[in-house]
Design a protein around this ligand. Structure first.
Ligand SMILES: [Zn+2]
Length: 114
């Protein structure tokens, strides 16, 4: 598909490329994402990442984002089942919510509480 995108900086017709590299800072760490698709201005070299690559870059950047506060807990056993307590500080923030959808993301147990 041929995208007709003119450079915002100089008005030149841009050309499709698949080698865009962007650098982003996530919580003080610099991350470099390569191989993004989009267009580039042959005149001033301004680059325009396409929608799909923008989404991908954001996804990658989010993987590097860690919460500011992490509570360390031991998994205990109760009645033959493994139990993980909810830290008081998190429980307070949850308010009266009593239901949770729990799933696994790699080594992460994710709980959506409602
Ligand atoms: Zn340009």
């Amino acid at each position: 598909m041929n995208k007709e995108i003119k450079c915002i900086v100089c008005g030149t017709q841009t050309v499709e490329v698949r080698d865009i590299t962007i650098t982003s800072t996530v919580q003080g760490r610099e991350i470099v994402i390569t191989g993004l698709t989009g267009t580039r201005c042959p005149n001033c070299l301004e680059q325009y990442v396409d929608a799909e690559s923008s989404r991908r870059a954001l996804e990658i950047a989010n993987k590097f984002r860690k919460p500011a506060i992490i509570f360390k807990r031991k998994i205990t056993t109760s009645g033959g089942r493994r139990v993980l307590g909810i830290p008081e500080e998190i429980d307070r923030a949850l308010g009266k919510k009593e239901n949770a959808d729990i799933w696994l993301e790699g080594d992460k147990i994710v709980a959506e509480v409602y």
